[in-house]
Design a protein around this ligand. Sequence first.
Ligand SMILES: Cc1cc2nc3c(=O)[nH]c(=O)nc-3n(C[C@H](O)[C@H](O)[C@H](O)COP(=O)(O)OP(=O)(O)OC[C@H]3O[C@@H](n4cnc5c(N)ncnc54)[C@H](O)[C@@H]3O)c2cc1C
Length: 182
Amino acid sequence: MTENENLETDVLIIGSGPAGGGAALALATYGVDHMVITKYRWTANTPRAHITNQRTMEVFRDLGIEPDVWAQAVPHELMGETVFCTSLAGDEIGRVRTWGTHPARDADYTMASPSQNCDIPQTLLEPIVVGHAASRGSRSRSSRSPASRSARRATWRPSRPAARRSIIASTSTRSARSSTAW
Ligand SMILES: Cc1cc2nc3c(=O)[nH]c(=O)nc-3n(C[C@H](O)[C@H](O)[C@H](O)COP(=O)(O)OP(=O)(O)OC[C@H]3O[C@@H](n4cnc5c(N)ncnc54)[C@H](O)[C@@H]3O)c2cc1C
C-alpha cells in the first residue's frame, strides 16, 4: 500500500494475533475478501497464551488446520501439572494435575469433543494460522497501523457495491469487534 493507493476490501482486520489471524483464516476459507493490517513485521515473538482449549481446537478442525497444530503442540496426555510455589525459584507448596489430565477428569474431556486440548505457544500457533490464511488468499500488510500516515490516507472501498464494510479491531486493547456501514 503506497501513500495514495486506495485499498479496496470488504473487511478490514486490524492485528494478526489469535483473533485477527483467526478471523482472516475463516474469511479466507469462506471466500470473503479482506485485508489484515498489523503493526509489527511478523507474528508474536513471545509465547504468551499456550493452553489451547477444546472449542478452539474444534474451530481449527473445521478450518482444516488441526493436524498442523497437533504437529507442533504438546498433546493433551503430556500436559503436566500446575505448581504452586512461593516464587519461581522458591519452595514448592503443592501441585495439581490440570487441564483434564487427572484420570478422574480425563473421560470428561474425551467425551466432550472429538478434539482434545493441547499446549502450543503463540510463537508457534500464529504462523500456522496466518500461514494457512495467506495460502487461502488472505491479503495482509505488516508494519502498518490505522494511525500510520499511509493508512490514514488510504480509503477503504467495498469490493462489492452492496457489501457492508466491516472493521475488525482484534487488538487486545480494543473491543473484540466493531462493525460499521460507511
Ligand atoms: C507475557 C504474556 C503471557 C500470556 N500468557 C497467557 C496464557 O498463558 N494464557 C492465555 O490464555 N493468555 C495469555 N496471554 C494473553 C494472550 O496473549 C492474549 O489473550 C491474546 O494474545 C489475545 O489475542 P488477540 O488476537 O486479541 O490480541 P494480540 O495477540 O495482542 O494481537 C494484537 C495484534 O494487533 C496488532 N496491533 C496492535 N496494535 C496495532 C495497531 N495500532 N495497528 C495495527 N496492528 C496493531 C499486533 O501487532 C498484533 O498482531 C499472555 C499475554 C502475555 C503478554
